[in-house]
Design a protein around this ligand. Structure first.
Ligand code: FES
Length: 246
């Protein structure tokens, strides 16, 4: 089965899978045209120990890979509740509901760390796209100067995203929000799992554009390998040698 066909199957399977997931608020809230289930992947530290929502540091940028071993994601504790947001849509006009933050305080969010404009992403050498917990100035979609804290800023062509609002676009040339990584937080232990995505994925184009470098960086011929049962979470400073701040 090629990947395009496989993806369509995920979409069709989503509603049924959400039912089998029982009372999984992230999945049930995200059920819709653009939600896709992948593997259930536990987020772990370097020793393979599951990390917890309450163990994350507010404002710090964490990186993990999901749903593929080469596709980076941001994991953030915003330090404030992030309620669900309706009315988001992909560049193709598919509407979807963002299920909001995970964890006890609903402040933990995850997004594909692949800019929706030209796919800048954290690489080993440099990351042009980063979370900025402190105040930054940027130009909004109407070209007005704005100031905000807690945004994801892509220094390549200055697209800005609001992670507390489903990574909707605040400014710059991006035409759709960053794809959401659906998270589940265990209510007892606080451990975090990634379950799927919702919103506009760009993985096909990402693999095509960066195939050579991804293979080198990840030392694999199979750049489309699924990450599997566990994904290691690390600070972005550990992952990328240079973090661009603009
Ligand atoms: S690649 Fe991010 S703004 Fe162009």
């Amino acid at each position: 089965m090629n990947r395009t066909v496989e993806r369509r199957c995920f979409v069709k399977l989503c509603a049924a899978a959400a039912v089998t997931a029982g009372a999984n608020p992230a999945l049930l809230a995200a059920e819709g045209a653009t939600a896709r289930l992948y593997d259930r992947t536990t987020l772990v530290d370097h020793d393979g120990v599951p990390i917890t929502a309450q163990g994350l540091e507010v404002g710090r940028t964490y990186i993990f890979h999901y749903p593929y071993a080469t596709t980076p994601c941001f994991l953030l504790d915003l330090g404030r509740p992030a309620p669900a947001v309706a009315g988001l849509s992909t560049e193709d006009g598919e509407p979807y509901l963002w299920p909001g933050g995970a964890g006890e305080g609903r402040s933990v969010v995850a997004f594909a760390a692949i800019c929706a404009h030209r796919m800048s992403h954290p690489a080993r050498e440099v990351s042009f796209i980063n979370y900025r917990h402190g105040k930054v100035r940027y130009r909004d979609s109407g070209d007005r100067m704005r100031e905000a804290s807690g945004v994801i800023f892509c220094c390549s062509e200055k697209s800005v995203y609001d992670p507390a609002g489903g990574a909707r676009v605040l400014g710059g040339p991006a035409r759709q929000p960053l794809a959401t990584i659906l998270l589940q937080s265990d209510p007892e232990s606080g451990t975090l799992s990634a379950l799927g995505t919702v919103g506009g994925e760009m993985y096909d184009a990402f693999f095509e554009k960066f195939a050579f470098r991804l293979a080198l960086e990840h030392e694999t011929r199979d750049i489309e390998r699924r990450i599997g049962a566990a994904s290691v979470v690390m600070d972005i400073e550990e992952y990328s040698r240079t973090i661009m701040q603009c």
